[in-house]
Design a protein around this ligand. Structure first.
Ligand SMILES: [Zn+2]
Length: 458
């Protein structure tokens, strides 16, 4: 009963905080925890399997990758995707996912946990798995605070049955090996990847005997293949990666002789990808499902949004880099029906002021007979049109209409299925325009006027 009351209180607090303009905050979690001080234990009632992810870098990306792959495999997932990783933030995630009455049991909870909050989180709810990504000292850590933090984390795991998934390449993380619980390791093979060089910290000392570690191979920072005369050395990983590289499509890697491609950029993310592969394989997800999840990861974050206007489909996509643009175009070109493309390009701060990335979009893909019209819009409509022209699209098909509303009206007159690629600041005005143009809005107006629903439009 206390649980139910805590969830109700949290939900009401969330509604009120939204009404007064605080939006999606951690307030529901704060209120739920006032009612029930160990609120995280309710995670157990809401999920069959629980995964925590902690460490200095890569928590949010790893959490989102795992959630995406598990959803691709058909599992139902709770996750704190936006990275609210203190106990209040995690509690807010539970409140949001809980039904008003009863329990909604999900297959998996994927929860990012702040390093300092881990002992508290463990005392309220033990996960089945804990992923520890890495630990990096920041420049202010002169007093070994990170060493104390790690020691506290290890102590809080002492009498648990949590299965650990650890980064073998990080001697800091390897300290968790002292725990008498089940462990799995991930790591990068020698020469797996030319990581961008990384300024060396003061972390290359053996946690057992405090002597300096010797490295056979360094990836970056203190990550690499290390050993010490006392016998402390990098464990052999259960999941390793090799042939890691990045091109304009994203990161590619080979793990267990299987090839994976991701839409992620930034070579450091290879570790997060490997963590996602390792836990999903441990949970029995097939390699081809993992591959699909990794490949479609960004597509979901790109908010593929559909509107029906005059019985015709309009798809709105946020595009902020070549990889996202190419995924959108590939999806757009999958069908052979007649259609049109709108490219809304702004160059405000939130969009990125440098728009040179549009030249890396494979616009040539869209130069096909079935695409009847190309509309270039936004503050940099002329640049968007130029990119289209240079990909060989006939100029008579290209129209330049900088004003977003005029562009939508023009496209509507053409009456064709439409795909809109929009940079960040174009997204919300275009969305508002499309909602205003749907038949739905008109039905609602009549509903309010007559006091009953009139299904007058077909
Ligand atoms: Zn040693």
């Amino acid at each position: 009963m206390r649980t139910q009351f805590a969830i109700w209180a949290g939900k009401i607090a969330g509604k009120i905080s939204k009404m007064i303009g605080f939006g999606g905050s951690t307030i529901p979690g704060v209120i739920a925890r006032i009612v029930d001080g160990a609120f995280l234990r309710h995670l157990r009632r809401n999920a069959k399997t629980i995964i925590y992810i902690t460490g200095t870098n890569g928590k949010t990306t790893t959490t989102n990758l795992i959630a995406k792959i598990l959803e691709t495999s058909g599992k139902t997932v709770i996750a704190n995707r936006e990275g609210a990783n203190m106990v209040t933030g995690i509690s807010a995630t539970i409140v949001r996912n809980a039904p008003l009455l009863g329990v909604s049991l999900h297959d998996v909870a994927v929860i990012e946990v702040d390093e300092a909050s881990l002992p508290r989180a463990l005392s309220e709810c033990q996960p089945d798995y804990l992923i520890v990504t890495n630990f990096f000292r920041d420049q202010l850590d002169r007093y070994g605070e990170i060493d104390m933090l790690i020691q506290k984390m290890i102590t809080s795991l002492q009498s648990t049955k949590v299965k650990l998934i650890l980064n073998a390449d990080d001697p800091f993380v390897h300290r968790f090996a002292a725990l008498p619980i089940e462990k799995l390791y991930i790591g990068m093979s020698e020469n797996a990847c030319q990581f961008p060089s990384y300024k060396m910290g003061e972390s290359k000392f053996c946690p057992n005997c405090m002597n300096e570690l010797s490295y056979r191979y360094v990836h970056f920072g203190q990550l690499g293949h290390y050993e010490c005369s006392c016998g402390f050395s990098r464990p052999h990983p259960d999941f390793s990666a090799e042939k890691v590289y990045q091109n304009d499509k994203g990161i590619h890697l080979l793990s267990d002789r299987e090839y994976y491609q991701t839409t992620l950029k930034g070579l450091y993310n290879a570790y997060n990808v490997l963590f996602a592969i390792s836990i999903c394989k441990t949970l029995g997800v097939e390699s081809n499902v993992i591959r699909t999840g990794l490949l479609t990861y960004q597509l979901l974050a790109g908010r593929m949004q559909e509107f029906i206007i005059d019985h015709v489909s309009w798809k709105l996509n946020l595009v902020k880099n070549p990889a996202g643009g190419n995924l959108t175009l590939a999806e757009f070109m999958r069908t052979k029906e007649e259609k049109q493309l709108i490219f809304c390009l702004n160059d405000l701060l939130a969009d990125g002021e440098d728009i040179s990335w549009i030249w890396d979009i494979d616009m040539e893909m869209a130069n096909q007979e079935e695409v009847k019209f190309f509309i270039a819009s936004g503050k940099r409509a002329h640049d968007a049109a130029l990119r289209m022209k240079y990909s060989g699209i006939p100029t008579e098909k290209i129209v330049i209409i900088p004003d977003l509303k005029e562009a939508v009206l023009e496209a509507r007159r053409n009456g064709l299925p439409t795909n809109i690629m929009a940079t960040y600041t174009c997204l919300s005005p275009i969305g508002a325009l499309l909602r205003g143009e749907t038949g739905k809005e008109k039905v609602y107006r009549r509903f309010h006027f007559w006091g009953l629903t009139l299904r007058n439009r077909g």
